[in-house]
Design a protein around this ligand. Structure first.
Ligand SMILES: [Zn+2]
Ligand SMILES: [Zn+2]
Length: 391
């Protein structure tokens, strides 16, 4: 371990991230056994879990760390309050650490929760000591530093987090007629569960799952983790396309954070949602698949399968060139359209026709890429079916 022996311990962090989970595991079943919890307490605990979780994923992560969309001040205040309630530090600290994580992913010297330092370190170990990688440096969040809501949250973080975790919870407990039971279930257990599912994104989502979009880093896509982490388990996609407001890009992929942001945009509380072009996504999948196929099929052998692979690769490169040309054409058309408000009706119609034509061609390219992907899959299957040495 890099500086484990020298790094001084952080007793408060040790209490919060190791002590509280142990306490929750002992005290919750005991209280449940002797006094029981009501259905309302369970419902409120799950509601709090989602309010905290979605404020971290939709607010701290996708809005502030990645600027994947813009949000109304009321939404930003909401995320700042419930995000502080998740007890994961202020937005400034969180977003700064997270941007460093993306920039230096897997670099043990610079990534604050580098997966290269092990599962425990990337899950929670990184917070328990004064590691060099935890040194605060806000130079990478200059775009956030002037936001008055975030300044206020950073300044009063401790007061806000105590108010959200103890004040609000005790008040609900008082209304329900069971302050201690509510503090244990909605306060303690919910906090510990939310901590650990969020931490899975830094730990398990860098160790367990598939890598369809890139092999360049340790991040993985994992459906089970996506379910537990409010949609953040499509981490391989996210590390390659970090500004996309979605992590699970298919409609059937579990990503409640994406649905929340989309719903907010429908009621005008969010805007400028960023999405990565489908062609770029397909291209990343193909690039990764070609790389794997090349490793699987012996490069020295000039076997038919190898030739087939190289031919497919050429087709793939041609598609990319065509796509680039079309994008340039489309860009020029849009620029002309902006300049040419004076255009005659007929000329404008012609331009519209050309625009639709380009869009159709782009769609055709997208589907041809999907067919290429299927053919590549077949080549890979055939290469696996052949006996060793036959390639
Ligand atoms: Zn990551
Ligand atoms: Zn991220």
């Amino acid at each position: 371990m890099i500086d484990k022996d020298q790094a001084p311990a952080r007793p408060l962090m040790f209490f919060l991230f190791v002590g509280l989970p142990i306490l929750a595991m002992i005290i919750t079943p005991l209280w449940g056994w002797y006094y029981g919890f009501t259905a309302s307490q369970w419902v409120i605990a799950v509601a709090f879990l989602y309010l905290n979780g979605l404020s971290i994923t939709g607010g701290y992560h996708r809005l502030w760390a990645h600027n994947a969309y813009q949000a109304h001040p009321a939404v930003r205040l909401w995320f700042a309050l419930w995000g502080a309630g998740a007890l994961q530090n202020s937005v400034f600290v969180w977003a700064s650490d997270h941007r460093r994580h993306h920039r230096h992913v897997d670099d043990n010297e610079l990534d604050p929760y580098s997966a290269g330092r092990g599962l425990w370190f990337s899950h929670v170990g990184w917070m328990l000591r004064e590691y060099r990688t935890n040194t605060e440096d806000f130079s990478n969040i200059k775009d956030l530093l002037n936001d008055p809501i975030l300044q206020w949250q950073h300044r009063h973080y401790i007061a806000i987090t105590i108010a959200m975790n103890v004040g609000v919870v005790a008040l609900i407990g008082w209304a329900l007629g069971d302050i201690w039971g509510t503090l244990i279930l909605v306060g303690l257990l919910r906090l510990v569960v939310n901590h650990n599912v969020t931490f899975f994104i830094n730990s398990l989502a860098h160790f367990w799952g598939r890598r369809p979009y890139t092999d360049a880093n340790s991040a993985r896509d994992n459906d089970l983790l996506a379910f537990l982490t409010y949609g953040e388990g499509y981490h391989n996609y996210h590390h390659l396309f970090q500004t996309d407001y979605r992590n699970g890009i298919r409609w059937w992929q579990w990503d409640p954070t994406k649905w929340m942001i989309f719903a907010l945009s429908k009621v005008k509380l969010a805007s400028q949602l960023k999405r990565v072009d489908e062609f770029k996504v397909q291209r990343a999948i193909m690039d990764t698949a070609f790389e794997r196929a090349r490793q699987q099929i012996n490069p020295d052998d000039n076997c038919p399968l190898r030739q087939l692979l190289e031919r497919e690769y050429q087709t793939f490169l041609d598609s990319i060139t065509q796509w680039r040309d079309l994008q340039t054409k489309r860009y020029e058309k849009h620029r002309d359209a902006l300049d040419g408000a004076w255009l005659e009706h007929r000329a404008r119609l012609l331009k519209k026709w050309e625009d639709t034509h380009i869009t159709d061609q782009l769609k055709a390219l997208e589907s041809s890429l999907q067919q290429q992907r299927r053919r590549l899959q077949l080549i890979l299957e055939q290469s696996r079916a052949l006996p060793v040495g036959a390639l």
